[in-house]
Ligand binder design. Sequence first.
Ligand code: SF4
Length: 831
Amino acid sequence: MFALDRQAGRLAGRWLPAPASQLLWARIVRDDPQRSPLVSAAGVARAAFQSWRHLHDYGLPIEALDDGDSQETVAFARWCRQYRQALAERGWVDGPQAQSLVHAVAVAPGLEFVGFDRLTPLQEALLARWAATGLEVRHVTFKAPRSSAEHVGRVSCIDAAAEIEAAARWAAARLDGRRDRRIAVVVPDLARRRQSVRRTFERVLVPATGLAGGPVPESQAFELAAARPLAEQPAVGAALDLLEVFVRPTELVALSRLLRTAHVAGAAGEAAARSRLDARLRRFESAGLGLSALAQLAVERDCPALAQRLAAGQAVVSSWSEKEFPSNCSKYVFSLLTAVGWPGPDADGTEYQAEQRWRSLVREFGACDEFTGRVSRAEAVGLLREMASRVLFEPQELRAPLLVIDPETSAGMSFDALWVCGLESTAWPPPAAPDPFLPRQAQVRYGLPRATAKLAAQQSRLVFERLLASAPEVILSVAEVERDAPLLPSPLLAGIPAIDAPTGWREPRVAVDQYARRPALEALTDSTLPPVQAGEDARGGARLLELQAACPFRAQAELRLGARALDEPAVGVDAADRGNLLHAALAHLWRELRDQATLRALDGGARRSAVQRAVAAAVATVQGSADELLKHLLVLEADWLEARVLEMIEIDWGRPPFVVAALEEPCTARIGALTLELRPDRVDRLEDDSLAVIDYKTGASAEVKSWLDERPRLPQLPAYVQALGTDRVSAVAFARVRSGDTGYVGVARSEKRIPGLKVPGTRGGPRGYDSWELLLAEWRRRLEALAAEYVSGDARLAPDPPRACEHCHLGALCRIAETRAAVQGEEWNDE
Ligand code: SF4
């Protein structure tokens, strides 16, 4: 309309597209000398742009800002003045301004408005202007035919997950395989809950997806309509990642993503080779590997297409000068993406639409020369990412018979049957959420929808009434609890009859039909590997017993089949590095001291110096190969280590006398048919010549109860006892080294060994063990049982999956999730 007006000479000025307008806001906020450096300029600019739109939509005069006395309003008024001045100086008109300027457009036979819960004052004024010129303007509302009140009812579900499940089963029953019906499930906050909602609907409506393993394309049986930022669309996210790889210093994480993306030419043909290259990168390469080096590796590792595309991309970047106007940057962006073969083959309808929207966004960016000036390559990509994360994208055609949708998007739609979830009092009506930059009084006066609780309630009732009228059958549901807190139903539900879930709701008819038509499969539970042969190495040491106790499959897969987790490129000092540094520092220290007498002979200053030397020696082993960032982090880590080691030796200082007999020295344990090579962290010789065996731990899991189950969770120390001799060891302990929790925990033959250890057969000792000897005998029996399982090739899945699987990397290989889903399905079917 603005363009028509301009053509006809009724309006002057140039159109300012929304992305350009946002860039201008971002620049004004960023350059404001009065802005606190603690707030994010980008976030504030986004909110300010929104408030600028509210200002126009609700007809607040800009002078109303002068009434505000909050810091935010004062700042916003300042930015508005600058923004208006910038527009006036250059003759620009943005969207919010244009709406109050445009004239009536000649449209025969008129205009129809569908899907507006409420018109804003600006829209009403526009309509009135059009109507005054003789244009016919109609406002369409849908009212579902309803024969009796029975067609609206409310149900309660125990929690939000059960609610979605019930809605999905209801929808499956309503559809019953028919595609000529239009069913909808309205889910508030759908954009945030998208993945979990999608999983539930897939499990109910397309049960095969649960057994397929790995990602599946979005189902055709239903559609999830919740607009997501364009940057989150797979093809667009891949485009942004690809651009970043070429214009910023490359990180291993980014290179790894590049190797896994399907949006670089040749990805399908080279998938296996690229995956192997990715695994290699994670294992052996460190930060600083450049694109040229990657291209060379790609040539050597059977990825010629990748190598060729990388070279082509680099050629484009080499001609892209360091500072360019957006109009030129956008050309390089297109050339670069074409050079690497983006977006790849076989884009489906949604991907194609996302790709087209991305292309227009890059063109919009190209029109921003006046707003940004010249920008670096990295800045250009950063701005594109920012713009793509602000644009909400939704595929245009909704064709599936079942729609899962949020309350706002469903405006103007009608259905054969509708289920509305989440009608709790906390959300219907929602709490007041006034605009942060507009004066509160003015917001109330001009009726901004959530300026007060009353206005929020009015808006919420409008949406609720519209939903009730949008289908002849409407089910309204409420969750009863959220994280153990009870929830109340919305007051909007007053007068709506509670109904029972009709029989048959639990039956997912589509799912049952599909399941009934499944091909006949032979069920074979194969949970053993060939037994361990004489002469076959028992690799893994004490870890073998730990893995076997937690999950026999994992023990066999890791130690006999060589299944290994992919290394994760990480920044900084992770938990494993921290543990290694601690072990090394304590080993250095006790190699120097050798016994408690030497420790006690040192005064405070000398003790600290000894600890500093030990920590420095430990840190030096990793510092040589560390990058700059890690070097800085290691300085911090050294401070933490020094404090913890000092705490630990403080405790050793107060123990009865001891001599350190061994530090990380190898020993051998014969347990059943297994011979295990072990390496205890430390063995102390006590006053009575018996031994105390000690394991250093930095984690929270080091507890005595981890040795006491039938399948002990941490069987290393019981195994060390077997290696050193049950008659020689009189104490086993974890030396727990953690901030605020440093000290020994363990068990001992008597209290005198190490203060604080539990003594079997005494008050406070481990339950069910009358003596130290009995405990050792039980340990031996349990370890021998684990060893026998391992030797027999026992490869059952974890007996206690919630505990064992949480930190295991083998889920994709053992398919525990699918096995459990199938078992649950059988149980459900049997019911
Ligand atoms: S994921 Fe669980 S069942 Fe599978 S190997 Fe790991 S621990 Fe065992």
